[in-house]
Design a binder for this molecule. Sequence first.
Ligand SMILES: *[C@@H]1O[C@H](CO)[C@@H](O)[C@H](O)[C@H]1NC(C)=O
Ligand SMILES: *[C@@H]1O[C@H](CO)[C@@H](O)[C@H](O)[C@H]1NC(C)=O
Ligand SMILES: *[C@@H]1O[C@H](CO)[C@@H](O)[C@H](O)[C@H]1NC(C)=O
Ligand SMILES: *[C@@H]1O[C@H](CO)[C@@H](O)[C@H](O)[C@H]1NC(C)=O
Ligand SMILES: *[C@@H]1O[C@H](CO)[C@@H](O)[C@H](O)[C@H]1NC(C)=O
Ligand SMILES: *[C@@H]1O[C@H](CO)[C@@H](O)[C@H](O)[C@H]1NC(C)=O
Ligand SMILES: *[C@@H]1O[C@H](CO)[C@@H](O)[C@H](O)[C@H]1NC(C)=O
Ligand SMILES: *[C@@H]1O[C@H](CO)[C@@H](O)[C@H](O)[C@H]1NC(C)=O
Ligand SMILES: *[C@@H]1O[C@H](CO)[C@@H](O)[C@H](O)[C@H]1NC(C)=O
Length: 375
Amino acid sequence: MKLSALLPLLPAVVAIPFPPPTGPYGVGITQHVFNHTTPNDPVAFAVKPSNGTGHLLTTIYYPTLQLPTPLNTTAPYLDPTTASVWGDPLLFSKGALETLTTWTQWQAPTLKSSTGLPTVIFSPGGGENAVMYSYLTTALASNGYTVLALDHPGEAPYVQFPYGGDGYYGIDITATWNRTLMTDVYKMRISDAQAIIHKLFPPLVESYKAPFNTTHFVMIGHSIGGAAAAGAMELEPSIIGGVNLDGGFFPEVSLPDVKRPFLLMAGSEHTPAIDPTWSPFSKNQSGYWQWVNITGTAHQDYSDLADWVDLLDMRNKTAIPGSFGTIWAPRMDFLVSTFVEALLDLVLGVRQHVLDGPSSKYPEVVFVNESRKGY
Ligand SMILES: *[C@@H]1O[C@H](CO)[C@@H](O)[C@H](O)[C@H]1NC(C)=O
Ligand SMILES: *[C@@H]1O[C@H](CO)[C@@H](O)[C@H](O)[C@H]1NC(C)=O
Ligand SMILES: *[C@@H]1O[C@H](CO)[C@@H](O)[C@H](O)[C@H]1NC(C)=O
Ligand SMILES: *[C@@H]1O[C@H](CO)[C@@H](O)[C@H](O)[C@H]1NC(C)=O
Ligand SMILES: *[C@@H]1O[C@H](CO)[C@@H](O)[C@H](O)[C@H]1NC(C)=O
Ligand SMILES: *[C@@H]1O[C@H](CO)[C@@H](O)[C@H](O)[C@H]1NC(C)=O
Ligand SMILES: *[C@@H]1O[C@H](CO)[C@@H](O)[C@H](O)[C@H]1NC(C)=O
Ligand SMILES: *[C@@H]1O[C@H](CO)[C@@H](O)[C@H](O)[C@H]1NC(C)=O
Ligand SMILES: *[C@@H]1O[C@H](CO)[C@@H](O)[C@H](O)[C@H]1NC(C)=O
């Protein structure tokens, strides 16, 4: 058969897929809106319409044996409103972000039994949507982890509820956050993670009869979410490991000794001169920790925003100057997933220490310091 005979079967829309996740499993996705009121909710003032407050949106990524058929069984990446709330001010052309496609499959069947791995709680950067870390959340799910990515309505500029539900606007994307707001959001992230662990997630898993782990967690976050991973570990023994992606800590609240394995990954501009919190944090650790720094990276290279830029050919063309380094986003995705998965292997006792370096396998990674070195 000639190729041209097949062409009419191809969909008319342009689709630009994320690189497929590399683990052995397919990736299922679902969402759930919990009724939950956070004490002293610091972003309630921003929720429009105001009845969006008192809820917590969880996006759940999980392993499945079902394999994706691109554009048919795969779930959309961003809903149209979220795509324009972010795409317009960042100078992406109309509809561009909606052409990005994922490898996740909406409510694909779960595995029959648990992979035995801890559940990952993912906390995004301040004002960013939890779905904007799919490069990492889907990589982890394809390796057998269930990932709960949390959104608190009012914080991100827009949060779409599932099942054709309403969407809720929040703090404007152009707003400048003062230190009080940042600190209060940090506390809120910790409080919400605790609510998930103790009150919200176990009954949901029970009602789904899903093979998800409700006793052991790891917490991973970007920016404020990364700091909150440490803050939550201080309070929750069920969180057995954590990762902070480029987030400054909140010493006015605490610089906790998390006592269990912890990975710190920084952008190359994230020096002690710019952020004086990482050195005292690392010196306060009694458990295993590692601090690395990736050459050619900046703050948003740790989110999907960098993938938007490279997949849509917008390098040097968006309105978020300074947020991206020179690294190619798919390469960054590989480096972050590789180091995070190594930390998780360490947590599980599969390996005795995280990745060594400097190494020709990842020459961009600068090994700043770690617990077993003490130099
Ligand atoms: C949340 O509360 C509303 C109204 O009180 C109720 O209709 C809804 O079923 C609740 N949702 C969940 C998931 O419990
Ligand atoms: C908020 O109110 C609107 C309009 O009455 C309704 O459609 C929506 O379901 C409500 N949202 C929640 C989360 O209850
Ligand atoms: C798309 O999915 C539907 C139902 O899941 C299936 O019947 C159909 O054959 C699929 N089409 C392609 C091109 O895979
Ligand atoms: C939960 O995770 C812990 C630590 O990895 C593991 O020992 C336990 O078996 C897991 N439980 C389930 C139900 O997977
Ligand atoms: C910080 O920002 C919040 C939210 O915009 C505002 O309500 C508060 O007054 C600000 N606080 C200070 C000290 O500027
Ligand atoms: C070190 O961690 C402990 C336990 O989390 C905390 O109480 C203490 O304040 C921290 N020390 C510093 C210097 O921040
Ligand atoms: C991170 O690496 C860069 C080189 O890529 C270096 O200039 C910077 O000082 C490093 N930061 C820290 C905290 O070591
Ligand atoms: C982006 O800008 C940098 C620095 O000005 C330049 O080195 C690089 O070639 C540019 N990349 C593209 C794809 O235009
Ligand atoms: C590296 O970590 C050790 C152990 O906490 C500490 O004593 C040392 O001062 C750190 N070195 C630097 C350069 O931060």
